[in-house]
Design a protein around this ligand. Structure first.
Ligand SMILES: NC(=O)c1ccc[n+]([C@@H]2O[C@H](COP(=O)([O-])OP(=O)(O)OC[C@H]3O[C@@H](n4cnc5c(N)ncnc54)[C@H](O)[C@@H]3O)[C@@H](O)[C@H]2O)c1
Length: 305
């Protein structure tokens, strides 16, 4: 989608961190932006910024796990700005814990927001985008940890990995439609994730110890050398313009990913290929080979200066 000016975007988790950075990039490029977030105080804070700059941004309180509320939010976005062309499924939560320490409540919370929250967004907006018939795009925020696992983060890694496969499959299924898709896999970005992940957790999904503990202090998940939300926002905008399947931000992770993909390739049996079997598998749709992976043709060099 080269021409983004005047288009309408809906960004979940849009009141803080990466979502807010994306909202700033979009609004700066002339888009009309709905920022949807669970936290009203964060929406108010973000709106002070946009109002001062007189940018067309509409705040909307939404819990992405609430399907009925999501449908109402989509209606409200359309009433305010018109049909939505760009959906950014960005709201997410972190919940550290190695597998033996995780509980069903941890999984319900993590999968509920990070995976089902995204499904809710797609099933709410995709039919509207297809019906509109105009160029549209869906970006889903995954993470580098969906590609290369981080110890002690089994729920986070798993949900983020699921988003990558989901987006790749959507790219294949929607390739002849008006809707493009990207999966966004950032490395460390300064944000409030450590804090917000605690405060947005509903009581019924808290473990005993979390119910007993005092409310979390406002701490930030920021570091001087982490990428800024504003920079990743520009990278996401560029990815939409170029219709990139993968929006990758941090070159530091390339060697780690190569190690993973090499390990998988090494695991293939060093046996001759059964050509007869291969010929049959080849006839089963895209089971053997999917051309969708050829669509990522553009390198990641910065070109927005
Ligand atoms: N910060 C990083 O280093 C990093 C790296 C890779 C991926 N990510 C991903 O980026 C996304 C944004 O996170 P961030 O780092 O900007 O954190 P953040 O906490 O600053 O922003 C996330 C926002 O999502 C909102 N949110 C949480 N649950 C919600 C729900 N159920 N409904 C609606 N809104 C909800 C929060 O209120 C918050 O404003 C997440 O999906 C995260 O997993 C972050």
């Amino acid at each position: 989608m080269q021409d983004v000016a005047g288009k309408v975007a809906f960004i979940t988790g849009g009141a803080s961190g990466i979502g807010l950075g994306i909202a700033k990039a979009f609004a700066g490029a002339g888009m009309k932006v709905v920022i949807a977030d669970l936290r009203q105080e964060a929406l108010d804070e973000a709106m002070a910024y946009f109002q001062e700059k007189n940018l067309p941004v509409h705040p909307l309180r939404l819990d992405v796990t609430d399907r009925e509320a999501y449908a109402r939010a989509a209606d409200e976005a359309e009433e305010v700005f018109g049909k939505v062309h760009v959906l950014v499924n960005n709201a997410g939560v972190a919940m550290p814990g190695s597998i033996e320490k995780t509980t069903f409540k941890d999984w319900d919370f993590g999968v509920g927001v990070n995976f089902m929250g995204v499904i809710n967004g797609i099933l709410t907006f995709l039919p509207r985008m297809l019906e509109l018939g105009e160029e549209a795009h869906i970006v889903t925020t995954s993470s580098m940890s969906g590609l290369s696992v981080v110890d002690g983060n089994v729920i986070y890694n798993s949900t983020k990995a699921a988003l990558i496969t989901m987006t790749e499959t959507m790219a294949a299924d929607l390739r002849n439609s008006n809707v493009g898709v990207s999966v966004f896999c950032p490395g460390p970005v300064s944000s409030n994730l450590g804090y917000t992940s605690q405060v947005v957790r509903p009581d019924h999904l808290k473990n005993e110890w979390q119910l007993k503990n005092p409310p979390p202090q406002k701490n930030s998940s920021a570091h001087d050398v982490f990428m800024s939300p504003e920079e990743v926002g520009q990278r996401v905008l560029r990815g939409i313009r170029r219709k990139d399947l993968y929006i990758i931000t941090h070159p530091e992770f390339k060697d780690g990913l190569k190690a993973r993909f090499d390990a998988i390739l090494r695991a293939f049996p060093a046996e001759p290929i059964n050509e007869e079997r291969k010929a049959v598998i080849k006839t089963i749709g895209t089971l053997l080979y999917n051309p969708i992976y050829e669509t990522q043709t553009t390198p990641g060099e910065p070109d927005w200066d």
